[in-house]
Design a protein around this ligand. Sequence first.
Ligand code: PMP
Length: 360
Amino acid sequence: MKRIHNFSAGPAALPLAVLEQIQAEWLDYHGSGMALMEMSHRGHRFMDVASRCEAAIRDVLGVPDDYYVLFLQGGATAQFGVVPQNLLGANRTASFVVTGSWSQKAFKDFAGFGQAHLAASTEAQAFRSLPALTDWSLQPGSAYLHLCGNETIHGVEFAEDPPVLPLPVVADLSSNIASRPIDVRRYGVIYAGAQKNLGPSGLTLVIVRKDLCRDVLPGTLSINDYRVMAASESMLNTPPTFAWYAIGLVFQWIRDQGGLAEMARRNAAKAALLYGYLDSQDFYRNPVTPAARSRMNVPFLLSDPSLDKAFVAESEAAGFEGLKGHRSVGGMRASLYNAVTLADVEALVAFMKDFVQRRA
Ligand code: PMP
């Protein structure tokens, strides 16, 4: 068996130890005589998997008791509408910080729900920096302020949790959740599609402060009502059981490795190695201002874009997966999620140097 170096943006690399545990439990889950995927979600075995997963999430992320932990479907994308359905209330106004493609999508998808206030945007800077907090225009009367903690396509990341603001912060942390310690109390809602740092695709983790959940907007389906989903332990309908199980294993793996502090240490080391190399030569470059650079998604451009195709083809042939940049921005991108190792990044930098030798 040969495992490649997986730099995909999502679905993405999973910890090898987790994959091995899944393999070991695959055909006969804990003496049940069946695979976990074959079991009822209402049976005691799966209920146990589900509750241990939530306990590990609460422990690793430090989720206080006055927050729900929900396992929802429809991806992070569904939350662009589900958040307003649950939080907007009567005055129907929300504020948005737009720092890249994903926060822009959330901003645009909100349009049908009410009045969207643009608190800050870096679109004029081609999403290569972050707006200084002092420049955010905070609108009184907004139900919440939405931001994206890490822009997966543009490679910009808020290095810290948002400060205490006069309105609740709703954060899309799809691509940097569980990559460093966070203070959950700084957020009213955190949501994240699982398929980057948390597990396979199929579930969206939503962490929401209980008192922010209002009566949903008229017409909202029960499946999108946070309070209904909390009351049914996220099992109003059939959940993707495999994803739920795998996410639980990933959180246990994070805890075994030393928790979020250790994830942060590793992620800083990986990002420092790659950015250090990118900044040390002029064959490749990262376009983002240093203070705004993502530790999770590192876009880079070749100074001669006519070599892009060769870079992608040769990197794939050499055992590197997922380096082609997002179609909307071009170039390359290396995603350095928790399961990507320092050795993977060392191998990537060695390949990049070798490519320069051959092509410069
Ligand atoms: N937000 C961010 C930051 C993302 O990276 C993505 C997926 N790449 C999404 C939202 C959409 O997630 P999903 O595919 O789970 O709907």
